[in-house]
Design a protein around this ligand. Structure first.
Ligand SMILES: [Zn+2]
Length: 248
């Protein structure tokens, strides 16, 4: 029988913490009085547990951030500080939706390709997605494509940490440095791992889709064009740096 169902009575004492009356019930037959835990203690326990969970989550986020390979400069990139300009609105909204609904995107293994000129804001948007995904306690890693290709070249084609298993991989600016055979093979290998594992990848590039066929491996192009694997977002805004120069 639970304490609530037994007849409770006022013990005549009050809780030293909150002053509420302390109720007791007697253990049947033995008639030993047992005090019922005051609500203030239960509330305190719940608050402590909640705080413990929050600390645990914060620690997990710090851990994921440390493993993200994200350059410190990009850790402050969020959607809220993204400068909306003409030509960036649709990309910004789509990226934000992607980040907010990451659990569903991950389930489907759906990635993004952000296409735009240097300085158009594509790196900021990709970084903002990574930051948001980490806040949701998913693992995400961010690599400059050139850095990743150099790593693979120096390590017998091995891939750096997190490329295969992280919930999200960003490969930033892959077009600029993608033309050698070994780099093409590395990109294809990464895509194979990610796609086979149903793990989404976000690519940013300044190569427009109409040039992919002439500049990328044919299998890679097949993958990138597959609508069940990637959505292509074009950012048409000019470079921020150019715009600033023009307004000076
Ligand atoms: Zn109390």
């Amino acid at each position: 029988m639970s304490a609530e169902k037994m007849e409770k009575y006022d013990s005549g004492r009050v809780c030293p913490h909150c002053g509420r009356p302390i109720y007791c019930y007697d253990i049947p037959f033995f008639e030993i009085p047992v005090a019922i835990t005051c609500q203030c203690i239960l509330d305190q326990d719940a608050a402590t547990e909640k705080q413990r969970e929050a600390v645990k989550k914060q620690r997990r986020i710090e851990e994921l951030t440390a493993k993200s390979q994200m350059p410190p400069r990009l850790r402050a990139c969020t959607f809220d500080v993204f400068q909306r300009r003409e030509g960036t609105e649709k990309a910004m909204d789509t990226c934000r939706t992607y980040a907010d609904r990451f659990p569903e995107m991950r389930e489907k293994g759906l990635g993004l390709i952000l296409v735009g000129n240097t300085g158009s804001g594509k790196t900021h948007l990709a970084a903002a997605i990574v930051n948001s995904v980490i806040q949701q306690c998913y693992s995400a890693v961010f690599y400059k494509a050139a850095k990743l290709f150099d790593f693979a070249a120096e390590n017998h084609a091995a891939l750096p940490d997190g490329c295969e298993r992280s919930s999200l991989l960003v490969l930033d600016d892959f077009g600029a440095s993608n033309d050698t055979e070994s780099r093409k093979a590395t990109l294809q290998k990464i895509l194979d791992y990610r796609i086979d594992g149903m793990r989404p990848t976000i690519l940013t590039t300044n190569i427009p889709p109409k040039e992919w066929a002439s500049r990328l491996d044919v299998r890679t192009v097949d993958r990138l064009m597959d609508k069940s694997l990637f959505r292509v977002i074009s950012i048409t805004a000019p470079s921020m740096r150019q715009e600033r120069r023009r307004s000076e």
